[in-house]
Design a protein around this ligand. Structure first.
Ligand code: FAD
Ligand code: PHB
Length: 395
């Protein structure tokens, strides 16, 4: 088999890249370890930045998003039993966020790619990379019990944090930056109308809680827990009780309902530099992970492949590798900004184990500042809705 760009991973990064390349007349083949059903059901992110929505819209992928996505113009930050609205749209000259599940984005992308005749192979096993430091890289894998080989011009590593592509770069090339936060999130999906119109980020002495949603009938909520938390110790009643305590505010009630999905996710900051080696380009979670408090992971994955698709299009069209050579440094500017914002949000809202009270007091001082000073609220809002791309600024 042969293609121009071999893409490993059918998450948001791999699928958006394949779509953008198609629009540029560039062929790609996507290899995915899991089944189509699995990737279409996996519950993860839910917040799309303005720039992500604009890109999906501009490239013809937003029909269902326009119908079923929910635009939000603000978020609430709750602490000391009081709620404070951050008016995202007013503070950012008209930018907003959309609530639309990551698995819905993935479904829309798979549908669009297959309708355009794309090759996406699900359930592939044992993907290996060869010749990434040559001009003829190839992907080797097993499909339906048969050994296959895919020759490419370029390979895109879009296979997430636990994928294989990053590990095929020789030792000593990459510098890894890694920080594990001393907490995790227990996330639930519940069939109950959300008790709020806007997302609520709550700081409480017992730990952070977040009330999000997926639709008018489906709520998504999170609780800060220990990194090694045992889900078995969290029957549904205990989850609702703890959410009720941490989100408590006078005159406000949390409605509960059947929990249909439950999971614990760790919180880490991770970056590799550079995001390229030879003919292998890493994108999305394969190259970086952000703590979920900033709601940025999916958006950052899309931002990477936006840069990569343009660079590849220029390379194929003109033969100039200048943009490809600049891929890593262009992406890393945004990556570190988003890392900083996500770590900042995380440290403002979570309880730190072993805190003797000092951390808590500093958090409250920061929260008072962010919710009372317009300049501080504006900084939060600008980062939350997503910073504009260089080309939107005309530079
Ligand atoms: P992935 O979505 O991980 O896709 C990688 C794909 O590669 C997967 O389909 C995987 O099966 C496949 N793969 C892996 N190994 C191989 C292999 N060896 N061969 C072939 N295929 C392989 N982000 C936000 O922006 N907003 C949020 O609100 C948000 N909330 C989150 C909540 C939770 C609980 C979690 C866990 C994450 C959240 N994120 C959020 C992060 C977001 O989900 C990720 O950043 C996003 O999925 C990254 O996309 P990706 O395509 O880079 O990687
Ligand atoms: C979600 O809806 O899943 C969500 C919302 C905001 C976050 C993280 C996750 O910061």
């Amino acid at each position: 088999m042969r293609t121009q760009v071999g893409i490993v991973g059918a998450g948001p990064a791999g699928l958006v890249l394949s779509h953008l390349l198609h629009l540029e007349g560039i062929e790609s083949v996507v290899l995915e370890a899991r089944s189509r059903e699995y990737v279409e059901q996996r519950v993860r992110a839910g917040v799309l930045e303005q720039g992500t929505v604009d890109l999906l819209r501009d490239t013809g992928l937003a029909d269902r998003l326009e119908r079923e996505g929910i635009v939000h113009h603000g978020i609430e930050i709750r602490f000391d039993g009081r709620g404070h609205r951050i008016a995202l749209t007013d503070l950012t000259g008209g930018r907003s966020i959309w609530i639309y599940g990551q698995q819905e984005v993935v479904k829309d992308l798979i549908d669009a790619r297959l309708a355009a005749g794309a090759e996406i192979h699900f359930d592939v096993e044992d993907v290996r990379l060869e010749g990434i430091d040559s001009e003829t890289p190839s992907l080797h894998f097993i499909l339906g019990g048969t050994d296959r080989r895919l020759d490419c011009d370029v390979i895109a590593g879009c296979d997430g944090f636990h994928g294989v592509t990053r590990g095929s770069i020789p030792n000593g090339v990459l510098r890894e930056y890694h920080y594990e936060f001393p907490f995790a999130w227990l996330g639930i999906l519940a069939t109950v109308p959300p008790s709020t119109e806007e997302l609520i980020y709550a700081r409480h002495d017992r730990g952070f809680a977040l009330h999000s949603l997926r639709s008018p009938q489906l709520s998504r909520l999170y609780l800060q827990v220990a990194p090694n938390e045992n889900l078995n110790e969290w029957p549904d009643d205990r989850i609702w009780e703890e959410l009720r305590i941490r989100l408590a505010m006078e005159g406000w009630n949390l409605a509960d309902g059947p929990i249909i999905e439950k999971g614990v996710a760790g919180m880490r900051s991770f970056v590799v530099e550079p995001m390229q080696y030879g003919r292998l380009f890493l994108a999305g979670d394969a190259a970086h992970i952000v703590p979920a408090t900033g709601a940025k992971g999916l958006n950052l994955a899309v931002a990477d492949v936006r840069v990569l698709a343009r660079a590849l299009a220029t390379w194929y069209r003109t033969g100039s590798a200048d943009l490809l050579d600049a891929y890593s440094s262009r992406c890393l500017g945004r990556v570190w900004r988003v890392q900083d914002f996500s770590a900042w949000m995380s440290s403002m809202l979570h309880r730190y184990p072993g805190d003797d009270g000092m951390q808590g007091k500093l958090q409250l001082a920061r929260l008072e500042w962010v919710t009372s000073m317009e300049s501080a609220a504006r900084s939060l809002a600008e980062n939350y809705v997503g910073l504009p791309f260089d080309d939107e600024l005309g530079v």
